[in-house]
Design a protein around this ligand. Structure first.
Ligand SMILES: [Zn+2]
Length: 102
């Protein structure tokens, strides 16, 4: 008998290694970080982990930035986990190895 092949939603998106610790959390603005939960909005956030800096040039509110620093935080009140992103303007450190082509 014909078997129905339900198209399974492919959860493994390309570019994302399996078992990646970077779960997607809602990102909140660091200018006024507060809980994303609609009925919570607490400002008591506890930093769980600082994520690797992301060097990404851009402009925000008219201010240039060169790096995005993300911290995973948890609301002390309701326990929601989210990401707080701050935008900093600093010089990019030199890469440890410079292979200059002549
Ligand atoms: Zn909360």
């Amino acid at each position: 008998m014909p078997e129905k092949h339900a198209t399974m939603p492919d959860e493994s998106k390309p570019g994302r290694p399996p078992g990646s610790p970077n779960k997607e959390y809602p990102e909140v603005d660091a200018d006024a970080p507060r809980c994303r939960a609609f009925d919570c909005q607490s400002t008591e956030l506890e930093v769980l982990k600082r994520l690797p800096d992301q060097w990404y040039g851009g402009e925000r509110n008219g201010e240039p930035y060169t790096v995005i620093v993300r911290r995973r935080v948890r609301c002390k009140v309701c326990g929601s986990v989210m990401i707080v992103a701050t935008y900093e303007n600093r010089k990019k450190p030199r890469p440890p190895k410079t292979r200059s082509k002549k």
